[in-house]
Design a binder for this molecule. Structure first.
Ligand SMILES: [Zn+2]
Length: 323
């Protein structure tokens, strides 16, 4: 089998396409494959799908492809154009890669699998690409995914923020609680960003939203009230966020009371931080005695702790007339 027949087979080409030339440059460790087609092909207009004779070619495109052994491999192709009487001169899409991409579909999908495992910098290094090329590849994959996403408002929406860059920056995301899918991501925690998510939908569509779970964060609340009809009945502060605020409050009470006691020379609350934060059933057995003794004292933190423990039952609470 000669090199042309070999590449014809492994690239999965079919007539009228053929390999015109293969150039192996061992100096630069690079393989260039030139693909061409028989002269008298018929070309489909990409708009109306009708077949016409070949009009001409768009300028040559070069796609980076999967390596041939250790050598970087490039495919050269001149995309045929059609002159449709209804739609004018059109370039047909290539089977090798997306318009505007410098990579074949196979190489791009390999690159994306690498990018799922490591940073953009590492992906660029491992794939022999520039940072921009890797980033653009990812960007195209995201665009394709978004284009495939149906236009639909989730029934139950979650809005959450994540701190990135060691807590110096935030990004926010909207997710579909039932499907477990991320619907929208942006790189701050502002009102305007969440509003731009809601603006994709009509008021009727947003009326179908049953609940929006979120942190107690004013910009999210304001954006939701602005766009989701009857939002005040639908905003839900999720348990995790509520309990985080309550635990912070308990800890504040303990700190300030400890300070006051210390000023009088009393070390009653020293080393007790977690006794008040742990859920009652998680208190280690060996500290139970100490904790019961503290609870019998008249302390503000005891009251704060009792409120916190009480609140935990809120989520299991049922009204008397419901089962
Ligand atoms: Zn046409």
């Amino acid at each position: 089998m000669d090199d042309k027949a070999l590449f014809f087979k492994i690239l999965g080409l079919r007539p009228p396409w053929f390999i015109k030339q293969v150039v192996v440059d061992d100096q630069s460790q690079r393989v260039d494959i030139y693909v061409d087609h028989e002269p008298d092909i018929r070309v489909r207009c990409p708009v109306c799908d009708e077949l016409y004779g070949l009009y001409d070619h768009a300028p040559e495109r070069v796609y980076r492809h999967l390596n041939t052994c250790q050598m970087q491999t490039f495919i050269h192709v001149r995309p045929p154009r059609v002159n449709c009487p209804h739609h004018g001169v059109k370039q047909i899409g290539s089977e090798f890669g997306e318009n505007g991409s410098e990579m074949t579909f196979s190489f791009e999908s390999f690159m994306i699998r690498v990018a799922q495992e490591c940073s953009i910098e590492a992906t660029a290094r491992l794939c022999g690409l520039s940072w921009d090329q890797s980033w653009n590849g990812l960007q195209r994959a995201v665009e394709r995914g978004r284009a495939r996403k149906p236009h639909r408002v989730p029934r139950r929406i979650g809005v959450d923020e994540k701190s990135i860059a060691r807590g110096h920056k935030y990004e926010s995301l909207v997710y579909d609680i039932d499907a477990g899918t991320v619907e929208f991501v942006w790189d701050d925690r502002g009102q305007e960003s969440l509003e731009s998510y809601y603006r994709q939908f009509s008021r009727e569509e947003l009326a179908g939203v049953e609940a929006v779970a979120m942190d107690m964060w004013d910009p999210y609340i304001a954006a939701t009230k602005q766009y989701v009809p009857r939002a005040e009945k639908k905003i839900v502060f999720d348990r995790f966020h509520v309990m985080r605020h309550v635990l912070d409050a308990v800890d504040k009470v303990r700190k300030s009371e400890h300070r006051q006691l210390s000023e009088r020379g009393e070390q009653t609350l020293k080393g007790t931080k977690y006794l008040w934060l742990w859920s009652r059933e998680n208190l280690p057995a060996w500290r139970q005695g100490q904790f019961e003794a503290l609870r019998s004292l008249d302390l503000k933190v005891c009251r704060a702790w009792a409120i916190k423990e009480n609140l935990r039952h809120l989520w299991d609470y049922r009204y008397g007339n419901q089962s």
